[in-house]
Design a protein around this ligand. Structure first.
Ligand code: SF4
Ligand code: SF4
Length: 378
């Protein structure tokens, strides 16, 4: 009997995911939603924009290895998190599982469209390629889709919280025309207990407080709400131009004291500034002997494919600390606390010894590394 003659069930997909993904040991890493749960999705975020015949949405999570945060928590090492927990987890490790599940579903004669979780392309001046269809500025909110699949809940910090791994997950989505048994929804505030620990620990001041702006959506009659996170501040911090979170900024732009709590920069602008800084070059000078404007951004994005300087201190690590301490999630018995030592935050440039103006004698001490030729000045 070939696969085409058998009936595909949600359980069969879950069993496969348990074997190939990180769900061994009976942890549910796959959830299923029927398409009706997307009835209230905004026009440009409906799964049928990508696959009009979609009947079910399958979401899966791959846990972020907890230990990848350690280097940033220690203030000593940043590449591990970007590589293993961010870029490669999103673009390689998790997609391998997604792709295998897609092929499994296709063996039964159904389509299985894997959704890449990137930002939508934007063609503001181009005509729609297919008349009557939306222009290619559509997107699928992968966290909302995973919530509709009953896999977890979006917490106040907008991070997705899984019942076993807590906020340490990356999400994949598949759209299929197979009619599959949906999973029950997780009730609002089951996983996010509104402890608000994420708010003060966010170095970007991006997560609103209790009475701050929020987003509300409805799925199958349930109302879910989370903080309307300031994405410009988050992106500026995450991508290294917030002095509180980036020792590299301190080193290469010592006087840049962006007031993150007041900035109104948009997410797009924050991306534009940080990524162009990473690519930018400048003539060598006594103050900055190298030619790269922001060598660390160039280095980490070239080697790790992205950059994640903040290390999600508020939205993931503070939440993880709360979830583990309160035993609100399945994986909560690690021998080491999430923050084994004091939580660090860098002081503003005006309080440091250079005052933002790097004198030659200070610079010689600061730049004692192989990527500069400061040592030759002696
Ligand atoms: S990534 Fe960092 S700046 Fe962004 S919300 Fe999380 S803790 Fe805040
Ligand atoms: S730390 Fe986690 S559980 Fe607490 S409010 Fe923030 S998202 Fe919710």
């Amino acid at each position: 009997m070939s696969s085409l003659d058998k009936k595909l069930t949600s359980q069969m997909i879950k069993e496969l995911a348990g074997k190939i993904g990180a769900g061994g040991g009976g942890v549910e890493i796959v959830g299923v939603a029927n398409i009706e749960r997307f009835a209230e999705a905004p026009e440009r975020m409906h799964p049928c924009n990508i696959f009009p015949d979609c009947k079910s949405v399958v979401s899966l999570v791959q846990p972020i290895p907890r230990s990848t945060y350690r280097g940033i928590t220690e203030g000593t090492h940043w590449n591990n998190y970007t590589y293993y927990a961010y870029n490669r987890l999103n673009t390689l490790f998790r997609p391998i599982v997604t792709e295998e599940i897609c092929r499994f579903i296709e063996d039964f004669g159904y389509e299985a469209v894997p959704v890449y979780p990137g930002v939508p392309e934007s063609y503001p001046n181009n005509p729609d390629p297919v008349p009557g269809r939306p222009s290619p500025e559509i997107n699928l909110n992968i966290r909302i889709a995973a919530m509709a699949c009953g896999l977890g809940e979006i917490g106040w910090s907008k991070v997705f919280i899984h019942p076993v791994f807590g906020p340490r997950v990356r999400i994949g989505n598949i759209l299929t025309d197979a009619v599959l048994e949906p999973d029950p929804l997780i009730k609002p505030k089951t996983l996010c207990k509104r402890c608000m620990k994420c708010v003060p620990d966010c170095p970007g001041a991006a997560i609103p407080g209790k009475n701050g702006p929020s987003v509300k959506i409805h799925i199958d009659g349930q109302e879910y709400e989370w903080g309307d996170v300031h994405m410009g501040r988050c992106t500026a911090t995450h991508h290294g131009i917030n002095y509180k979170a980036s020792p590299f900024l301190k080193r290469y732009f010592p006087g840049l004291n962006l007031d993150i709590e007041k900035t109104t920069m948009s997410e797009e602008l924050a991306y534009k500034i940080t990524h162009n800084l990473g690519r930018g070059e400048w003539r060598p000078s006594q103050e900055f002997p190298g030619t790269l404007s922001y060598p660390y951004i160039r280095q980490i994005s070239a080697h790790c494919g992205y950059l994640a300087v903040c290390g999600a201190k508020g939205c993931i690590r503070a939440c993880m600390e709360f979830q583990e301490k309160s035993h609100n999630i399945g994986q909560s018995t690690f021998k080491t606390p999430v923050f084994p030592g004091p939580k660090w935050e860098l002081p503003p440039p005006e309080t440091d010894r250079t005052g933002g103006i790097v004198e030659k004698k200070v610079l010689t001490e600061l730049f004692q590394t192989p990527d500069t030729d400061a040592g030759k000045w002696k």
